[in-house]
Design a protein around this ligand. Sequence first.
Ligand code: SAM
Ligand code: SF4
Length: 356
Amino acid sequence: MKIDYRNLSKEDILYLLKSEDKTEFDELMQQAYDMKNENVGHKAYYRGIIEFSNICAKDCYYCGIRKSNKGVSRFAMNIREILDCAELAWKMNYGSVVLQSGERTDEEFVAFVEKAIREIKKVSNNELGITISLGEQSEETYRRWFEAGAHRYLIRIETSNNELYKTLHPQDHDFSERFECLNRLRRVGYQVGTGVMIGLPEQTMEDLTNDIIFFKENDIDMIGMGPYIVHHETPLAKKVKDFNKEYQLNLGLKMIALTRLYLKDVNIASTTALQALHHEGREFGLQAGANIIMPNITHTKYREGYQLYDNKPCTDENASMCRACLEGRISKIGEEIGYNEWGDSPHFEKKNKLEK
Ligand code: SAM
Ligand code: SF4
């Protein structure tokens, strides 16, 4: 089939997702890598991720830290511990940090995060960029965190198929509410990030094609998506008959490549889930068109407590060890690291220029 990679149609995306041809796979990776270099350059930007608490009010069927998993011992870092991680990131010349945790909407939590954001700005001389990934919140909460200094927000829709969404969550989790959060974030002024899990039980290639189209139609600035990985103590694990790591990895890479080709100038993260499937998974992600890496800078003692899925990598390596090993791997594939730079989404920046 003759494919115009610069103007992919819905049929092309579906065809390439379904293709099992190695030559077509390699061609797709090359085309996406070229598209990345043309639109967002050769640099990979770091966002040091701080997974500061595994306390969650939600019960998503796939996630290892869901409320009902009684096998997890719960933790919440204090502000000092969060600042230690942020300072470390700053001293290692990372341009940004990501604050992530289980979902809570109570005032104590909202005020805590607000304070943490303000303090991170202070200790880093206003230099660290801050992305947050703290789930569904009211517009007021999003505004408070924005005014405190966060400027990017990542909330995955998990899947654009409402019916599939229902099979992944209890009844009180609502797709339309999650979708509405994207609008709230945009109104407040954030760079808006979303994404999906790839290779979920009962997910079809049509679903994944629609996910990519959803990203474009909703004018998304940043994409953070990765393969679904089983956590043995979750309800969804029972639906997985045989988990094929190589298949999940390749499907994840194809999704990154197709999203790069279809959306062109957005930021795309090469997520830890890729690394969980292959020790070079994140480098493969960059070669498939991603340009963001999120090294884990959480205190090692808390990593064990943030197991979203089985065999999450780097649980026993501290942040400096992660930095050293990552840097070597990234330069090996010919990419540069954007130290001390925020590396904002070019898509967002272009929109803003047009509006001014
Ligand atoms: N609680 C917030 C939320 O759900 O938006 C942020 C933290 S949550 C752990 C971040 C992401 O982890 C989710 O959006 C989900 O896509 C991903 N995740 C959870 N369990 C996973 C699994 N088993 N495999 C792959 N990704 C998973
Ligand atoms: Fe909580 Fe997020 Fe996990 Fe859902 S995915 S259970 S909201 S941490």
